[in-house]
Every structure is written in C-alpha cells, then in structure tokens.
Design a protein. Structure first.
Length: 283
C-alpha cells in the first residue's frame, strides 16, 4: 500500500470536538500560583522582558525591575497580554540600591520564589560601558564587577528568604559565553564578572539544594536585541546556526529552568549560542 501524498495529510477543516480547546499546561511546566522576579527587564527587545513574558504565559505572576521608569511601561505591556505584572524601579549594584527592591516587594506584598538575574550591562559594544584590558582603571574594573556580578548577589539575597520559607525556589542567572566559555578583546571586567556568575551559581546550588531550591545559569552568545551592533550581527552570522539568536530563544531556556520539571537540574550553565562555542572553523 502506498503512502498518501503530503497534500492529503493536511489538517481537517475543523478539529474534532475533543481538540477544540487547548490542553492545560502539564504540571511540569505550569507556574500557576507562583511569583517570578525578573531583573533588568526595562528594554522591550531584551532578554529580561522576553523572559518575563514567557514566565507570565506559563501562569506566573511577574515582577520586573529596571533602573528607570520605563519598567512600568514593560509591566503595562505584560498586563495587556493578560499577565499579572508589576514593576519596580531599583538599582542592584549596591546594598543600598538592593534595599529599593526589598522595599518595593514588601510594599506590594510580593514574595517571589522564582528569580531571573538578568540585570547587568552588555559587552564591549555598549559605548556607555566602561571596558578595557588589564590596564583599565580600578574604578572601571570595580564598576564592571558591581553591575555584572554584584547585581545577582544582591537580588538573590533579597528573595532567598521567600524561597527557603516555601521550601521551593528557582534562581536562573543570565551570564554570557564571554567569561565562562570564551572572551572578547579588551573586556576583562565583563568577562571576569560573567565567569563569576557561574561560580555563584554553583555555590548557590550546593548551599540551597537541600531546601528545594535550584540555581542555574544561561550563557547566551550573539543575540539580536536592540543593543546589538552591526559588527556583532556579522559575528552572529558566522556561527554554525548562521544567525544571531533571539531574546525569545534565550527566554525559553530560562523558562524551562524555572519550571517544576527542572527540579533535578542545578549548578549548571546552559550555553545558548547557536553552536558558536563548539565550532573550530568560522567560514
């Protein structure tokens, strides 16, 4: 008996009644009843906002932070999509700044048990970012560590108590391939800080696993966000996948690591780079 032609395998005009409504999310994916905090979610095209949207689509109540009032615009956009969302303006590169987060959560009565540490700065392409080689100033070095490493430390400290009290938690930190896996020229502070996030993640995993809390990191490669430079877009085209990734593709990994089904994955750094870090040839 021959197989039917592909055209005859198309879907019927109307689905069976039993399939007319979407199936509910499986328990392994559902975040219903949980509150997720996503830091560094001020950019509409960034990884933080994409992660917040995806966590909301999985049923979580979402709190987003940024250093300016644009975070309230992001929260409003999430609410328009049907996500229960709110925004907090805060800085996280110092203990004093982190208190802004703690105060905002307390004022709103929010107790997140999912944390996405996304706050930080982009790499060398950001003209406003201090960068340089080993001869860069001490001030630039310390600023790079504060913005890219201390932010995760302060945010995690602010919410770890909620996770411990619940006996359940997810810490997902957005690192980078630059630092843990490879490095760019003239970017020592950024690379050191992002590599430090991998160490922080492993340490958290060891300390908090007995309390039902997992800690993992996601290391994106070239991602086509609003801050990507033309030169970085060219680099993205040289990876095995042949293109830069999207914020949504990184967010999908974050969302899975934040899900109940990822309960036995902890202390890991998941690379999302289109195969760039494993390819020996670029052309």
């Amino acid at each position: 008996m021959s197989l039917p032609a592909p055209d005859s395998l198309s879907a019927p005009d109307s689905p069976p009644a039993s399939l007319s409504a979407p199936l509910p999310l499986p328990d392994a994916w559902s975040l219903a009843g949980r509150t997720a905090l996503v830091t560094g979610a001020g950019s509409a095209s960034g990884i933080g906002f994409a992660a917040a949207r995806m966590l909301g689509e999985l049923g979580a109540r979402v709190v987003v932070t940024a250093t300016t009032g644009r975070v309230h615009e992001r929260a409003a956009e999430l609410r328009e999509l049907g996500v229960d969302a709110s925004g907090i303006v805060c800085t996280l590169d110092s203990e004093a700044g982190a208190r802004m987060l703690a105060d905002g959560l307390a004022e709103a009565g929010l107790t997140p048990t999912i944390l996405v540490n996304n706050a930080g700065m982009v790499a060398v392409g950001d003209v406003e970012m201090a960068h340089g080689d080993i001869l860069s100033s001490t001030a630039d070095w310390e600023r790079g560590l504060a913005i890219n490493l201390s932010t995760a430390f302060h945010a995690t400290r602010a919410v770890i108590g909620f996770m411990r009290a619940a006996g359940w938690g997810r810490v997902v930190t957005v690192s980078s391939v630059s630092g843990p896996v490879m490095a760019s020229r003239g970017d020592v502070a950024y690379a050191a800080a992002k590599a430090g996030l991998a160490g922080l993640t492993r340490a958290l995993a060891v300390d908090e696993s007995p309390r039902g809390i997992t800690a993992n990191a996601v290391a994106p490669g070239w991602i086509a966000t609003g801050s990507q430079l033309p030169s970085e877009e060219i680099e993205g085209g040289l990876v095995p996948a042949g293109r830069s990734g999207t914020a949504a593709e990184v967010a999908s990994v974050i969302a899975w690591l934040a899900s109940p089904g990822a309960s036995y994955v902890t202390g890991q750094t998941v690379v999302v780079d289109g195969g760039n870090s494993v390819a020996e040839e670029r052309r």
